[in-house]
Design a protein. Structure first.
Length: 255
């Protein structure tokens, strides 16, 4: 019986490989990936621009007890995490997003990976780019939000410089807001909130993409790592794709 967990990537185009090698439509995949990225970026930036131009820093809109729009800004990564200098973080995000974009293009060209798997990567990429846009441009296109509503394209210039913008966060879900029992050592009597971090739409897309990868696309992810690490697989894949293209052209000529 065939091992269903075995990789379906071709090791040698000349071998009689019993595993099916799927041939995906790269044009269709590219269109869907671009659509996901574009739609994600539009939604993310529309929300952030609205918050910046309608709310002061620290202002809160209570939608429900468990969901609030709370305007905060951070210099760090997703969910307000901070690591190193602002310039370092911006460069790190740009390099990381460039690598993900390159990987998506190569995987689409391989014609082996499913649209669902690529959509997860597209969500992660779009979420990262959404926060990169904040870091790169918000400092020069917005005025300061402390004690006032920010102005878009202020005449006196922005609150910062290129590559030193702050990431806008606004989604706050205090699902549990309580106080620790007094009998618990060290933390007794202190407030406890879950979920405490404030995040944005881009952060959500990154998290959703990662969760979907871990739950539904572990095998494609491991195969993608294998694809990039093994030159034989990339060569075999290229050969098979070329043979498929030639076969398709011959069939069209016959018709």
């Amino acid at each position: 019986m065939k091992d269903k967990k075995r990789s379906t990537l071709p090791k040698d185009p000349r071998a009689n490989n019993s595993d099916p090698f799927s041939i995906e439509n790269p044009t269709k995949q590219a269109v869907w990936v671009c659509a996901i990225v574009l739609l994600t970026l539009i939604i993310d930036q529309v929300i952030k621009i609205w918050v910046k131009t309608h709310m002061q820093l620290g202002e809160e809109i209570r939608v429900f007890d468990w969901f609030r729009i709370l305007f905060v800004e951070n210099m760090g990564m997703a969910f307000g995490l901070e690591l190193g200098s602002k310039l370092f973080l911006t460069f790190f995000r740009i390099i990381a997003m460039g690598l993900i974009a390159y990987a998506i293009v190569i995987l689409i060209k391989s014609r082996h990976f499913s649209l669902g798997f690529l959509a997860c990567l597209a969500l992660i990429f779009a979420g990262g780019i959404g926060n990169v846009i904040d870091s790169m441009f918000y400092g020069i296109i917005f005025s300061d939000s402390h004690g006032q509503v920010a102005e878009l394209f202020p005449t006196g210039g922005g609150y910062g410089t290129f590559m030193h913008g702050k990431v806008v966060d606004m989604l706050y879900f205090p699902l549990i807001d309580t106080v620790w029992p007094s009998w618990i050592p060290f933390i007794g009597g202190k407030s406890f909130t879950f979920f405490d971090p404030v995040f944005n739409f881009a952060d959500s897309c990154i998290s959703i993409g990662v969760i979907l990868l871990l739950v539904f696309h572990v095998r494609p992810f491991t195969e993608a790592l294998e694809y990039f690490s093994n030159p034989r697989i990339r060569k075999a894949t290229k050969t098979i794709n070329e043979e498929k293209r030639q076969t398709t052209q011959k069939e069209k000529v016959k018709k």
